[in-house]
Design a protein. Structure first.
Ligand code: ADP
Ligand code: ASP
Ligand code: MG
Length: 440
């Protein structure tokens, strides 16, 4: 039995948390490879080390004084080192190098990656495990995408003769020989890469909740836990804002059929959630989970008889592609087509996109609406249940939430609903209530 264990930022926020993590690792000898995040928040309102490092990079880039931020970061690590009584251990050399490199050639990804780099050094020392730098084994291509095959080979080869190691999460080596990070929350991907490469039996992802819950605990008080969820359901939910696990973290383990077990560092006795390829276990409810995000825009394109124009959709999407904007959804009618995009990506380029749409398809009307929130209701059980959509909409009507958009994924695994940003929390509560609380 071989396990890869990833610990999130809150699980490693201070020396007390480090001790819990060490207890968890020592409790099971099969926990061989450890992937730590950078220290997260110790309390509400605290700042994650990763965010401090981005601030440090900005200081360096504008040629300002890095001193105060650097001191804050240094003291976060020193507190952990002192708390663990690692008396003959210091990160002075590493800090000196970080400072020098940021002065010479400030790089945002390099700066951000140092959070996990430093934490992994402490962890390796505390556990007596070998430190393996992710920059030696995780590779990105020139577009910044993970080079999966090369990475998998390199990780497997490196760890073949190292029975126990600590590998920092979140970063690897770019095509240009410079450090690259994944997007935020990316240590989850590193853990998955290591698990896939060493063909682990389980990838344990330790965080601050006892697994995946039916809805975001910041919106619903004490939501019920999900025991088992499929990779596909999880991907839908995490992409739509259930931040427990990075949405790309399933790929490296999926091909190997390795289950992911989400666990709580503060309650290691809880079973947590199992994420699997497929299961005959029914979820307790018709739906498996609800997730959502605010901050979308819709671009409605109206043109009489657009349905008869071959290539109309492609040309509309070309206008977005030309401006480097990806779209989320695209519900359409006979004479209308709506493209849903992220507001922050779209905002600065909206007039360019609109004029491109005019050039490409000569529409009758183009209308932009902003402040849209999207909610994904996800469940493998939905396709065999009649009336799921009906129940969602009557619950929303009761809660006086106006539905602005509907899109049922062709996989019948999810229904996406668009509501005004201000109705978002109410809508999530209404859907949760109808399926979980009242189970009507
Ligand atoms: P880590 O630092 O361990 O990677 P994250 O902050 O990335 O942890 O993810 C855990 C957090 O995800 C929880 O504290 C919780 O607030 C949030 N969260 C959002 N949606 C859900 C959900 N459906 N179930 C559980 N937690 C959720
Ligand atoms: N430390 C990084 C972040 O805050 C990566 C991670 O925690 O997974 O996004
Ligand atoms: Mg995370």
């Amino acid at each position: 039995m071989k396990k890869v264990v990833k610990f999130g930022g809150s699980s490693l926020a201070d020396a007390g948390q480090f001790r819990k993590v060490a207890d968890i690792i020592h409790a099971d000898p099969s926990r061989a490879y450890v992937v730590p995040s950078a220290p997260g928040k110790r309390f509400d309102g605290d700042t994650k080390v990763t965010d401090l490092l981005y601030a440090l990079y900005h200081k360096a880039a504008e040629g300002g004084d890095m001193g105060p931020v650097l001191d804050t970061i240094r003291s976060r690590y020193q507190e952990i080192i002192d708390g663990l009584q690692l008396t003959d251990f210091s990160l002075d050399d590493q800090f000196a190098e970080i400072e020098a490199r940021l002065k010479e050639d400030p790089q945002s990804d390099y700066a951000a990656s140092r959070g996990e780099f430093l934490n992994a050094h402490i962890m390796a020392r505390y556990l007596g495990y070998e430190f393996v730098d992710a920059a030696e084994v995780i590779f990105f291509d020139e577009d910044g995408n993970l080079e999966s095959k090369r990475t998998k080979k390199a990780v497997a080869a490196k760890l073949e003769n190292i029975p126990r190691a600590v590998i920092p999460g979140f970063y690897g080596m770019g095509h240009d020989g410079k450090i690259r990070t994944f997007s935020r929350g990316g240590s989850d991907i590193t853990g998955s890469i290591v698990a896939g490469a060493v063909k682990a039996d389980v990838y344990e992802n330790w965080t601050d909740v006892s697994g995946f819950m039916v809805a975001d605990p910041r919106i619903i008080k004490d939501p019920v836990n999900i025991d088992t969820i499929t990779y596909r359901e999880l991907r839908e939910l995490s992409y739509m804002g259930a931040s427990v696990l990075h949405e790309d973290a399933i790929f490296p383990v999926r091909g190997e059929g390795i289950p992911i077990n989400i666990r709580n560092t503060n309650k290691p006795e809880d079973d947590g959630t199992w994420i699997v390829e497929s299961t005959c276990q029914k979820s307790g409810y018709v739906i498996t989970g609800i997730a959502g995000k605010k901050g979308f825009c819709t671009v409605l394109i109206y043109k009489a008889l657009m349905n008869a124009e071959v290539g109309f959709g492609r040309r509309v999407l070309q206008a977005f592609e030309d401006n480097g904007i990806s779209f989320e959804h695209m519900p359409s009618g006979i004479d209308t087509m709506t493209v849903v995009v992220h507001e922050d990506e779209f905002m600065h380029k909206e007039q360019k996109v609109i004029s491109a749409i005019h050039r490409y398809v000569q529409p009758d009307v183009v209308e932009i609406e902003s402040d849209l929130a999207l909610i994904a209701v996800v469940g493998r059980g939905m396709k065999s249940m009649r009336g799921t959509a009906g129940r969602i909409f009557s619950a929303l009507a009761h809660a006086k939430v106006n539905v602005r958009m509907i899109d049922q994924g062709s996989s019948e695994l999810n229904i996406i609903i668009g509501v005004a940003n201000e109705d978002f929390e109410n809508a999530v509560r209404a859907i949760y209530d109808i399926f979980v609380v009242t189970q009507l």
